[in-house]
Write a protein that binds this ligand. Sequence first.
Ligand SMILES: NC(=O)c1ccc[n+]([C@@H]2O[C@H](COP(=O)([O-])OP(=O)(O)OC[C@H]3O[C@@H](n4cnc5c(N)ncnc54)[C@H](OP(=O)(O)O)[C@@H]3O)[C@@H](O)[C@H]2O)c1
Length: 335
Amino acid sequence: MVRFVSYGLGPIGLLIASVALTRHGYELVGAIDISPSIVGRDVGQVLGLNKLMGIKVESNAETVLKNVKPDVVFHATGSYLDKVYSQISLSIVHRADVISTCETLAYPYYRYPELAAKLDKEAKEHGVSVMGLGINPGFLMDLLPSLLTAPCVKISKIEVTRSLDASNRRKSFQKKIGLGLSQEEFKKRLLSGDITCHVGFSESILLMASIIGVKLQDVTETTEPLLAKKEISIGDVQIKESHVRGIVGQGVGYLDGLDFIRLKLIAAVGEQDYEEVKIYGEPNLTWRCNTGTPGDIATAAIVVNSVQRVAEAKPGLLTVKDILPIACPVVSVKL
Ligand SMILES: NC(=O)c1ccc[n+]([C@@H]2O[C@H](COP(=O)([O-])OP(=O)(O)OC[C@H]3O[C@@H](n4cnc5c(N)ncnc54)[C@H](OP(=O)(O)O)[C@@H]3O)[C@@H](O)[C@H]2O)c1
């Protein structure tokens, strides 16, 4: 039995818990969140189940972790490791493996080398493993293109494009890409950190480089708003003409002065849903998903699908490079 605690019950944390609860052998033993709208409520209600689970959402993480001693903590509270470090460290101290959707934890050695070293030491001391994972970073723009280079004799460039229609995404995603803001407000909020847009271009590039085994000379990131040509209304968000309908972000990893890895993310209302990976080399390869991967549920699935791999891995701070390939366990082909 895998006894898990959900740490962070926003849309992603809820999806992770929901996916885990569909799996045989998973037991939810605790729930941590600070949002006043859910603290004190039964998790069954918060998950939208038609039953009470007898577990309340609590804001005191220490009490929950001490009382229930989980095998694994599913962590989904924030994107930046410096902001969530203490939450992860506390889980480690209580001897739980931690799988987190924190984007910068997918390859923490770039932005936070000191915190990465601390987490690695703490995890080894307590005999547990810690990993940052999700659809992106964690799969689409790093692990997947790395694997696609396997049948190549040589490679000279890797291009990954992910395009998604932001009208189908969760509210917190729409907020973080600044949907509906004026161009000036978008720039101001991005600069102040009030909105983050996509976090993880550099992490994906460096994770991919670490899997391929190449040392890049430089990594750059840019994000620009995409503006509505006419007024658009999606749900309760009104986007005025010339206001932000989404973003286009790019990350580039340089080798020998050339753009060896180029990542592009388009996330905007009205865009097509697809992903494409192009490997230039011998041979040239193109992989394309014409429907796009639904990022929220895919993040939840990849987190839950990694539990066994993380449990089997050596203790310490891990990236997807350090575990056996993650796959969806199949018990029946009847969906
Ligand atoms: N790697 C990937 O592919 C991937 C994919 C999807 C999401 N993500 C990331 O995963 C994270 C979760 O996503 P989301 O959309 O669910 O975010 P969200 O809507 O911001 O939800 C986060 C939840 O955690 C709570 N929280 C914040 N700080 C906390 C703390 N110190 N202790 C306990 N709970 C705390 C929040 O409460 P308040 O609302 O009161 O702050 C909220 O309920 C985000 O950082 C997102 O960017 C990564």
